[in-house]
Design a binder for this molecule. Structure first.
Ligand code: FES
Ligand SMILES: [Fe+2]
Length: 438
């Protein structure tokens, strides 16, 4: 349970809020390269932590991320012309480069110095690891290096990144990633299903009340769910790496493996990215390549069925992003008959089952009313860490350590059966497997 005050603090990420300022200390993935596919391709609209933005790739291939409205009369830059090294506003022709510098101001007299006084808010971007990153914080605190996560270090064909839009506060989505207990229920099936392969190790009758343990480290924390294996005498451990601010490396017993990431769109919506990577070989992009901008809708309905389209907010403004066909308005294609006979939920697709739970709590979960149990300690650890870091920054000026320690992110999740009953010894025994070689 959280107090109303803490629930507000942890869920609000607009500029000048404590949590918003904490998030703005980190480089954050915000776009996929295919959203701005080539030099001078059309600009797209997005919203990150309550800020409406426009992204465009200029003639040299550099990605600009700028405020969505022209500083002249606030016309939407989405309608602008992306050409010859900048984005030109469609209203009166003012033109800006990726740094937000005004490079042409044709509606003012030639000899005017007004151009030097005009600029557009612009955020630095980098392209690495299959995503476009943005830094939206104070320039003097910008980390030099991007967090060196393993999915960024592998070759492009060894990775797949999928981005989707979700209709709830970021924290609900993220709390689902660090709640290992739900795997035994929400994602369980009565028949063996291909969707569960690689997720839960087949260790026979599974202990549905895992014991959870947390160990903090420089980039976040490891938390392990320990389940007894009845016929073996050992324990089945699923150990997640949770890295600040919102990355969760999910354990799986074989490659490819997954890292999930959540970034706030505003306090009621978020983007989810799923990084699937395989250090031993290629990753199939298959069905996820469908639904790219300009491509037709994939055939059939299923957890992968989505399209690149517009989502309109209550203030009358849209963003461009991937929207999933299974959503709360159609109950995620819930099939009660399949729920009786085949799966715990009757909803197809693990991420969709998660969304049904997390979006179903409403935009912002009322955490003053929850009753946390023994399996919720990772959720508690994440909340405590985020709130402490945000307060330390806001009240004492203490910068978050992880933001500037890129190498601390070279970690992996772990899924093993072992005689060790405590988390520390398991991590020691498997140190080589949980650490990415430098
Ligand atoms: S509003 Fe953009 S140039 Fe006038
Ligand atoms: Fe889940």
């Amino acid at each position: 349970m959280l107090s109303a005050q803490d629930n507000a603090l942890i869920t609000q990420t607009n500029k000048n809020t404590p949590m918003g300022e904490l998030f703005r200390r980190f480089w954050l993935p915000v776009l996929l390269p295919e959203e701005v596919p080539e030099p001078d391709s059309p600009p797209i609209r997005l919203k990150v932590m309550g800020e409406y933005l426009v992204a465009f790739r200029d003639s040299s291939g550099k990605v600009g991320l700028v405020e969505a409205f022209c500083p002249h009369r606030r016309a939407p830059l989405f309608y602008g012309r992306n050409e010859e090294g900048g984005l030109r506003c469609a209203y009166h022709g003012w033109k800006f480069d990726t740094q937000g510098t005004c490079i042409d101001l044709p509606s003012e007299p030639q000899d005017s110095d007004f151009r030097e006084k005009v600029s557009l808010e612009a955020y630095p971007t980098r392209e690495w690891g299959g995503v476009i990153w943005a830094y939206m914080g104070p320039p003097e605190h910008m980390p030099q290096e991007l967090p060196q996560m393993e999915w960024g270090l592998v070759e492009p064909h060894q990775r797949r990144v999928v981005k989707n839009f979700q209709e709830c506060n970021y924290l609900q989505a993220l709390e689902g990633d660090i709640d290992t207990a739900h795997v035994s229920y929400l994602h369980s099936t009565k028949k063996p299903q291909p969707q569960n392969q690689g997720v839960v190790r087949p260790v026979g009758r599974i202990d549905k009340a895992p014991k959870l343990m947390v160990l903090n480290h420089d980039a976040g924390f490891a938390y392990g769910g320990r389940r007894t294996v009845p016929d073996d005498g050992g324990y089945y451990w699923r150990i997640t790496q949770f890295l600040w601010p919102t990355y969760a490396f999910i354990p799986a017993f074989s490659w490819p493996k997954t890292c999930t990431y959540t970034v706030p769109v505003d306090d009621h919506h978020c983007f989810r990215m799923s990084f699937t990577y395989n250090v031993e070989g290629a990753v199939d992009s298959g069905r996820w390549l469908q639904g790219l901008p300009g491509q037709s809708q994939p055939e059939g309905k299923g957890p992968w069925s989505r399209s690149y389209g517009q989502f309109w907010f209550d203030d009358g403004l849209p963003i461009d992003t991937w929207l999933l066909e299974q959503n709360k308005r159609n109950h995620y294609f819930l099939d009660r008959e399949r729920q009786r006979t085949e799966s715990f939920t009757g909803i197809e697709g693990i991420p969709t089952q998660d969304r049904a739970m997390t979006e179903g709590m409403g935009y912002i979960c009322d955490r003053t009313k929850e009753r946390l149990g023994t399996t919720d300690i990772a959720v508690i650890a994440a909340r405590r860490g985020l709130i402490d870091m945000a307060r330390n920054l806001a009240e004492k000026g203490i910068e978050p350590f992880a933001a500037t320690h890129a190498d601390a992110y070279r970690l992996r999740a772990l899924d093993v059966v072992t005689p060790d009953g405590e988390l520390g010894p398991v991590l020691d025994r498997y140190r080589d497997e949980v650490t990415v070689a430098v």
